[in-house]
Design a protein around this ligand. Structure first.
Ligand SMILES: [Zn+2]
Length: 88
């Protein structure tokens, strides 16, 4: 299913480290990816955000694929709502 046009140099969608499903691209943010003292010498680095449609885990891909606890929390709050999840 076509999503928003991918930004330049975006890698192909990675697989979910937890369940192996192909992750769904969400958006890309640009950050220095470095500590402040190093920022001037570091190139701006894009961070690609992904969601897993199978297990619902949020990921971010910078230098490596890592869990995204912030978006995970937002997602859980948004999907929790009034009806409690039954798979906990
Ligand atoms: Zn998954």
């Amino acid at each position: 299913m076509p999503e928003q046009p991918p930004p330049e140099n975006r890698p192909s969608d990675p697989d979910c480290p937890l369940c192996g499903a192909t992750l769904t691209y969400v958006e890309t943010a640009i950050t220095s990816g470095a500590f402040r003292t190093q920022a001037a010498a570091m190139p701006q680095m894009p961070i690609h955000f992904y969601d897993c449609a199978d297990c619902g885990t949020c990921w971010k891909l910078g230098q490596r694929l890592l869990p995204d606890p912030i978006r995970q929390l937002v997602r859980d709050l948004a999907s929790g709502g009034e009806s409690a999840r039954t798979d906990i």
